[in-house]
Design a protein around this ligand. Structure first.
Ligand SMILES: [Zn+2]
Length: 329
């Protein structure tokens, strides 16, 4: 679990708002944390829970060592309930259980808190039960609802909560988080150029198809540089059997676009932001052998191909046409 301090780096606005509410004693009875996976919603909800129950708080920050803090962290506190989908959904019984628990007075303190993860996955019955619960707030009852899909929630639920929007991860935070998830630094860097969603980045990292797609894009570039007359043959022999539908072509063209963008960046002496770090040395050599104008032309050719792809041009025809254009450079 991320510390308060780490969360301040990832979600400065959210943490500031929570800190102010805690310091001023103006904590809302219901919060809705919305934002993509990996943006820290669950960690923030637990830090906030600890702050609400901590017996040794420093300003708004929980001590993390008192018995309340430790029991919340290990999900063992009798007055703090954490609910997540059982199977595909959150069921009415789960909300009813919560209500029953809360009707009794707090076991240890009078204060009670529940956190519901993936709250958009409630069945309609569960959503109605929760709505009733939110409509009749008890003085010392707090709710934190977490979701990646705020538009799937009933407006009546959203309107009863203070909504805190979690920002997408910055490329650097995404890279660091991916490396924490055992992704190699060079792959993490490439993925951070393709998405700002941790979930999508982790999926791509596990995806064998994607791994090979990246290698084929590099190989296509090498063929174009060293044996341009073989490039069409390469497309027919290796590319077409791997890239099958429009979506896959989109990914392939996106990777090729990043590669030419790297080349332009290297020619402008801007090494910091390149995507293909693992391929940097070869790209540097290539950058010296061609002009910036030509690299930009190639970049534009790939962009144009991407547009044609979205207007439903046959992908195979499209890549062949593109390769002919890149050959000329
Ligand atoms: Zn504490």
């Amino acid at each position: 679990m991320k510390t308060w301090r780490e969360l301040e780096d990832i979600q400065p606005k959210v943490m500031k708002m929570i800190e102010n509410s805690l310091n001023k004693g103006r904590v809302s009875h219901a919060y809705l944390f919305e934002g993509g996976r990996g943006t820290g919603k669950k960690d923030v909800s637990f830090q906030m829970a600890k702050s609400l129950f901590c017996t040794n708080r420093d300003g708004a920050k929980p001590c993390s060592t008192c018995s309340n803090c430790r029991r919340i962290e290990s999900q063992n506190h009798p007055d703090v309930h954490f609910i997540s989908p059982e199977g595909q959904s959150i069921k009415k019984e789960q909300i009813q259980y919560l209500q029953a628990e809360f009707q009794r007075t707090g076991v240890e303190s009078r204060k009670k808190l529940y956190i519901i993860e993936h709250v958009n996955k409630m069945t309609p019955n569960a959503a109605n039960s929760l709505l009733k619960f939110l409509e009749e707030p008890h003085a010392d009852t707090y709710a934190i609802l977490l979701t990646e899909q705020v538009h799937q929630l009933l407006d009546t639920i959203v309107s009863r909560c203070q909504v805190l929007s979690f920002q997408p991860l910055t490329p650097q935070v995404l890279v660091d988080t991916l490396v924490e998830h055992s992704v190699s630094p060079s792959t993490a860097q490439l993925l951070s150029h393709l998405t700002n969603s941790l979930e999508e980045a982790l999926q791509l990292n596990e995806d064998e198809w994607f791994g090979l797609a990246g290698k084929l894009v590099i190989k296509l570039n090498e063929t174009l540089v060293t044996r341009p007359e073989q490039a069409l043959f390469f497309i027919q022999e290796q590319w077409i059997s791997h890239f099958k539908d429009k979506e896959q072509y989109e990914k392939g063209l996106h990777l090729l676009l990043l590669l030419y963008r790297d080349l332009v960046q290297l020619q402008a002496d801007n090494e910091q932001t390149i995507a293909f770090i693992g391929y940097r040395e070869q790209l540097k050599k290539q950058a010296l052998q061609t002009t910036q104008r030509k690299s930009v032309q190639r970049l534009e050719a790939v962009l144009k191909a991407k547009q044609k792809l979205s207007s439903n041009m046959n992908p195979q025809l499209l890549i062949e046409e593109l390769v002919l254009e890149l050959q000329e450079g």
